[in-house]
Design a protein. Structure first.
Length: 222
């Protein structure tokens, strides 16, 4: 059962699986074969980058609404995507490695947490709170994939964000954030850890950009 995940991981060029881990998984699979409830091979990972520590200044006296991010194709789903050097134009999906929630939702949540921690705006809200916001932050996740056969293996992400005034939809800040992060090991857990580090870094860059533009960010008088 669980061995299927490891076999597919190794076959797709993510590197050798440590012998101890392989042994533990094999033992777990043998123990599960005698049980009445079959073991599931899927593994669900939580993408939850913690806000990077940084200076918090005087917040803009305004309400910011952070919308969920958009994405095209498979990027809006929960399966972990990967790409190989042999087929660079082909987006592939791991059958048994999934996110608890789509990366678009996880990154929007991370932005909310980071902006609140940095006190960029007086209030940072989400759509479910139904507040009348002065500014809207949204964007698109354009890339979020494991580069399985690169040396060293790494993950890559590209995120475009735009801040607009809610009154007239005037653009205030618009930028694309992109980066790569190498894996610290050869397991699925190491891949997820790399995604988490990269996400935290890109979210941190976005927060610093908004902080740098605070002097321009004033709500439109009613």
């Amino acid at each position: 059962m669980v061995q299927v995940t490891i076999a597919r991981w190794a076959h797709r060029g993510a590197g050798p699986v440590p012998a101890v881990l392989a042994l533990l998984l094999a033992l777990g699979g043998l123990a599960g074969c005698g049980s009445s409830t079959p073991l599931r091979s899927e593994r669900f990972y939580r993408l939850d980058p913690a806000p990077l520590a940084g200076p918090a200044g005087t917040p803009v006296p305004a309400i910011l609404l952070v919308n969920d991010l958009s994405a095209r194709g498979f990027l809006g789903a929960r399966q972990v995507l990967f790409r190989t050097r042999a087929e660079p134009l082909v987006t592939q999906r791991y059958d048994d490695l999934l996110w608890e929630e789509p990366p678009t939702s996880a990154l929007a949540r991370a932005l909310v947490a980071a902006l609140r921690a940095a006190r960029v705006f007086e209030f940072v809200v989400v759509p479910a709170e139904r507040a009348r916001a002065d500014f809207l932050l949204g964007g698109e996740l354009e890339r979020f994939e494991h580069l399985a056969t690169e040396q060293p293996p790494r993950v890559a992400a590209t995120l475009h964000l735009a801040l607009v005034r809610s009154a007239d939809r005037g653009s205030m800040v618009s930028r694309t954030y992109s980066g790569e992060e190498p894996l610290a090991g050869s397991t699925p857990d190491a891949m997820v850890a790399a995604f988490t580090r990269l996400s935290a870094r890109l979210v941190g860059e976005a927060v610093r950009d908004l902080q740098a533009n605070q002097a321009r960010l004033r709500p439109t008088p009613p």
